[in-house]
Ligand binder design. Structure first.
Ligand code: GDP
Length: 468
């Protein structure tokens, strides 16, 4: 394992560990490096940090908070807390430290500039975690999970990231790998005794192993892909005739938290109206209202196009019907392409039209039609429940967040298992089957980090922010 030529692991690195450029009570700067001919990272700090008793970093005890000053010669920069971690008992496995200074970007920049002048360079994104991995402090999956834990935008994503960091993904794969290794050993032994026609495991046993591995890897890949599609949130497109009560519904959903309204880059008219968390899942509501109300012909066409686009990308389409007027043909309200999941909310149930009231009697609230009032709040708990039921269906409960290359490897393993099973059933030569099994073992080793190439490391660590 080597690191990129331009970024030697012998370098002393430093970076802000807290958000750069933000004001906060405290900011943390971390540094790391293995001792070498230049001494240690602690001796490199000799002219920067001193305790009131005049001690420098190299003289301080590890894992204890030390109060002291950072200064540039005679110029005082900040009073800070200093933490020393001696390798290998540190996150990176190298000698490392944290400086907790006041959370002002000017101070952070001054301290970093000072560190650069004293032999440190700015860390690459993910370099601290990468070093931890290279020094055997973290497995590859656990290293990958660090980024996921930081990036997670909902409880759901956070839980998925924890599954990756706690090693359930890895231990599951290791167990599958070990049964494949036994199978490969059996197949190879059969090769040695090919003339005697001895089988070391029955056909059924072998097929059972292949089918178990196929099933589990396929499930991991499928779940990861499903998870990926809602990682950024479950998208709900709100459609409905003008005056049905879409804005009122949005406002009620949001309470007073309209501050979460945000723009999405891309087209100017394509925006999220609201973002909320429902049972741990990030839900994003897109209002298509403004897109349809213009009367000018071209705008109307553009509006309908955009509405279709929004609905096409939505996981759920929420149709708001106006319950105070006679039902129109619901289908006519819907654009041509309806999404997989449609939820109808009949609004204004506080002044329900007789026809709706009759319908309601015949078929009360169910998973696809719910009666609500944006005015009184009636029906909102049921609406929330319906959202939650749909999101639970969309979100695989035990998924782990995986990258595209990992999903590809898992799919490859599943397909190797299928072809190995076919070869076995066709009584093909053990060596052909062993070949498929061995390739699958290699894929597993790549997934668990037993084999890792620079390419894979690059892909994992490039997703990190600087300072992690
Ligand atoms: P939009 O055009 O679909 O966004 O509809 P609005 O949210 O602007 O609502 C249209 C009108 O219906 C407004 O006058 C609202 O006050 C009223 N309205 C919305 N929801 C309800 C409801 O649940 N009950 C009643 N009685 N009026 C409502």
């Amino acid at each position: 394992l080597s690191s990129k030529a331009t970024t030697s692991t012998a370098d002393f690195i430093c970076a802000p560990a807290t958000v750069a450029g933000a004001r906060s009570a405290i900011a943390v700067i971390r540094g790391s490096g293995a001792p070498g001919t230049r001494g240690s990272v602690f001796t490199a700090l000799a002219n920067i940090f001193l305790t009131p008793a005049g001690k420098c970093a190299a003289e301080l005890t590890a894992r204890v908070a030390h109060y002291g000053n950072i200064s540039d010669g005679d110029e005082f920069i900040d009073d800070v807390l200093f933490f020393r971690f001696d390798g290998p008992a540190s996150f990176t496995g190298e000698d490392s430290f944290e400086i907790h200074c006041h959370g002002n970007p000017l101070i952070v920049r001054a301290i970093l500039t000072l560190l650069y002048r004293h032999g440190f360079r700015s860390a690459e994104p993910g370099e601290f975690t990468r070093r931890a991995y290279l020094n055997g402090k973290l497995g590859l999956n656990a290293a990958q999970a660090v980024a996921e834990v930081i990036e997670a935008r909902s409880q759901l994503s956070l839980k998925a990231a924890h599954r990756l960091s706690r090693g359930t993904f890895r231990s599951g794969l290791l167990s599958l790998r070990s049964s494949l290794m036994n199978l490969a050993a059996d197949l190879n032994a059969e090769l040695d005794f090919i003339d005697e026609d001895i089988a070391f495991a029955t056909l059924d046993t072998k097929l059972a192993i292949l089918s178990r591995v196929e099933g589990e890897t396929q499930k991991l890949a499928d779940d990861a892909q499903r998870f990926d599609s809602i990682r950024g949130g479950v998208n709900i497109a709100i459609v409905g005739a003008p005056n049905a009560g879409k804005s009122s519904l949005l406002n009620r959903l949001l309470g007073h938290e309209r501050s979460i309204v945000s723009d999405i880059a891309g087209t100017t008219r394509d925006y999220i109206e609201a973002e909320l968390e429902i049972q741990g899942v990030n839900v994003r509501l897109f209002d298509t209202a403004g897109l349809r109300e213009d009367s000018g012909d071209t705008i109307e066409i553009i509006g309908i196009e955009r509405t279709r686009e929004l609905i096409g990308r939505a996981h759920i389409c929420l149709l708001i019907a106006d319950g105070s007027i006679a039902p129109t043909e619901l289908e006519t309200l819907l654009p041509a392409e309806t999404p997989a999941r449609l939820l109808v909310a009949v609004n204004k149930c506080d002044m329900l039209h007789a026809e709706w009231a009759n319908r309601r009697k015949d078929s009360p609230d169910n998973n696809s039609v719910i009666y609500i009032s944006a005015l009184t709040g009636e029906g909102f708990p049921a609406l929330m429940q319906a959202f939650a039921a749909i999101t639970a269906e969309l979100a695989p409960q035990d998924a782990v967040p995986l990258s595209v290359w990992q999903v590809k490897l898992l799919n490859e393993i599943a397909s190797l298992m299928r072809s190995a099973s076919n070869l076995l059933r066709d009584r093909e030569l053990p060596e052909l089957i062993a070949h498929q099994v061995t390739r699958a073992i290699d894929c597993m080793s790549e997934l668990t980090g037993e084999i890792s190439s620079e390419d894979i490391l690059g892909r994992i660590f490039s997703r990190f922010c600087i300072g992690k």
